[in-house]
Design a protein around this ligand. Sequence first.
Ligand code: PGA
Length: 258
Amino acid sequence: MKTKLVIGNWKMNLDFGAAEDLATSIQEAIENFNLKTEVAICPPFPFLELVTDLADESNFYAGAQNCSQYDNGAYTGEVSAAMLASLGVNFCIVGHSERRKLFNESNEVVARKVDKLIAEDLIPVVCCGEQLEDRKAGRHFEVVEKQVKESLFHLAKNDFEHVVIAYEPVWAIGTGETATPAQASEMHAFIRGLVEKKYGSEMAYNTYILYGGSCNAKNALELFSSPDVDGGLIGGASLKSADFVEIIEAAETSVSEN
Ligand code: PGA
């Protein structure tokens, strides 16, 4: 089984001091682990340099939560992929459901951001996931297929290989309601099938497909034990060092058990 990837998404939480405490405490907790799992932390922009500095001397990576679809210039408030790259950031979340919903981010915008990130050698973590009403109406596969295809399938094979996909059912984000391991596995296998059809079976196997949505220290092992779940994008539970570290340990265990 391939190694897992665990990414913490701090969203718009913490202040500088609390961010420093959290990042340092995660670093101290995992610095002596001989980790096979890849770990990344995505703080808000003002705390990114703090995390890239720590990441330089640690066994985790720094990631951002968003980037601009534009290169540079008169875009007040925006942060470009090139700026992130110049800080030493390695990952960037794009198309999170909160951005899709609250900031009107369409698949087309997500696709442009993906292109900017790839041009800067950053790894886009592209989120997809259905709303509760989509699932209730049995439209969840259709919705996710459209998001994945329109955000990513314009990429050439040698660019697609740098992409991470995160399946985050919107009804599970921050709600305490997690997709069952069977629901997660089913959707992950479906997404992998889409990748296989477009880019071939080797790419499908190699593509990381993370689960996100109320993943926590208690349910991580069960979720990660599915061969199609390559790790997690963790929101709330990444804000407590002990919980986040337990999730990383679950990722390690899930690989060694298989
Ligand atoms: P949650 O968030 O773990 O708090 O549900 C996940 C995410 O939005 O990435």
